[in-house]
Design a protein around this ligand. Structure first.
Ligand SMILES: [Zn+2]
Length: 292
C-alpha cells in the first residue's frame, strides 16, 4: 500500500485555514492582500499557463466577476482563491479540461483543481434552497450557502463511491462499462446508497453487477474525483466463486485476469487497456498485481 502518494487529485499542499472562513473581515483582507492569487475556472476548466504545464494564478486585478471561494494559504501563508468566470483574452493562460490538468500536474497541484472544481460546480447547481425554493447566497468564503427566507444552511456535498477488485485464487475481476472504449477494462464501481456501510456497498454492487457473492472486504485507499464531487473509496473483496451473471445495463463485459496480465496491461503491453495513473482503479490494479 506504499503507492498512496501517487493517487490523482490528492496531496493538496494548501492549508485550508478553516478558521478564516467564518471571519468575513479576514477573508476580505486576504482577498485584498497584494500576494493573493486566483485560479480562474472558465466553465469549470482551470486556467493553465500557455505551455499547459502549470496552473495560472491571476492577480486580483486580472480576475473576472464571479463566484469566489477561498482555497487556503500556500506554504508562504499567501492566500489563494478560485473564481468561476471567463478571463480576459489577453491573459497568457488557457482553459484546460480538469482531467487533462489532473494528469499533467504533479505534487498535489491537481488536488487544488479538484477542490476548486467541485466547490464551484456545487455553487452553480445550488442557487436555490432545496427546502423552500428561495435564492441562496454564498457564505463562509464559499463553503456554505445560506437561505435568508427559511434560514436553512446548505453545505457542499461529497458523493461516496465504492470502487473494488473482486479476487479469487490469484485472479482479479475487471469489467468494461457499456460506454467504455472497446478493450478498456477497469475495477467495478458504484455509488454508496443511504443507509449502508462501505463494506455493504461493495458487496451489493458486486452482486448486482456480476452476480458474485463476496466476503472479507478490505479498504485500500481513497481519492477525490471532482466530476462533480465523488469520493472514490477503493477496496478489495474475496469472491466465493468465478461464475458471473452480468447486469448488461452496467457491465458490457467482465473477465478474470492474472497478476501477470494486470502488470502487462499497466505497462501498456496487455491484451486490454487499464485505467491511467490519475484514476484510483490504476492504483487498485497495481497494488493487487504487486502482492506476492
Ligand atoms: Zn430556504
Amino acid at each position: 500500500m506504499q503507492l498512496k502518494s501517487l493517487l490523482g487529485y490528492t496531496g493538496n499542499m494548501l492549508d485550508r485555514a478553516d478558521h478564516l472562513r467564518r471571519d468575513s473581515a479576514a477573508i476580505h483582507a486576504a482577498r485584498m492582500h497584494p500576494a493573493a492569487r486566483f485560479l480562474i475556472l472558465d466553465d469549470l476548466k482551470p486556467m493553465m499557463t500557455e505551455g499547459g504545464r502549470e496552473l495560472f494564478w491571476a492577480r486580483r486585478s486580472e480576475c473576472p466577476e464571479g463566484q469566489q471561494i477561498f482555497l487556503g494559504l500556500d506554504a508562504e501563508g499567501e492566500p489563494r482563491f478560485a473564481v468561476d468566470g471567463k478571463p480576459d483574452d489577453d491573459l497568457p493562460c488557457v482553459a484546460t479540461d480538469a482531467r487533462t490538468a489532473g494528469a499533467v500536474l504533479a505534487d498535489g497541484r491537481a488536488a487544488i483543481v479538484a477542490q476548486a472544481r467541485s466547490i464551484l460546480d456545487w455553487h452553480r447547481r445550488h442557487g436555490f434552497c432545496a427546502s423552500c425554493g428561495a435564492p441562496t447566497r454564498s457564505e463562509k468564503a464559499g463553503y456554505s450557502r445560506q437561505c435568508d427566507n427559511c434560514g436553512a444552511e446548505h453545505f457542499p456535498r461529497v458523493d461516496p463511491v465504492v470502487i473494488m477488485l473482486a479476487e479469487k485464487d490469484d485472479m482479479a475481476l475487471v469489467g468494461r462499462g457499456p460506454r467504455f472504449p472497446a478493450g478498456f477494462f477497469s475495477a467495478l464501481a458504484g455509488f454508496v446508497e443511504p443507509g449502508e456501510s462501505l463494506e455493504e456497498a461493495v458487496t451489493r454492487e458486486l452482486h448486482e453487477e456480476t452476480g458474485l457473492r463476496v466476503h472479507s472486504v478490505r479498504y485500500g485507499a481513497s481519492q477525490p474525483w471532482p466530476f462533480p464531487s465523488s469520493l472514490m473509496m477503493g477496496a478489495f473483496a474475496k469472491a466465493d466463486g468465478f461464475e458471473l451473471i452480468l447486469d448488461e445495463s452496467e457491465i458490457a463485459e467482465a473477465r478474470w485476469v492474472s497478476r501477470e496480465e494486470v502488470r502487462a496491461a499497466l505497462r501498456g503491453e496487455g491484451s486490454w487497456s487499464a485505467p491511467p495513473p490519475l484514476a484510483i482503479a490504476h492504483w487498485l490494479l497495481q497494488s493487487w498485481a504487486q502482492q506476492p
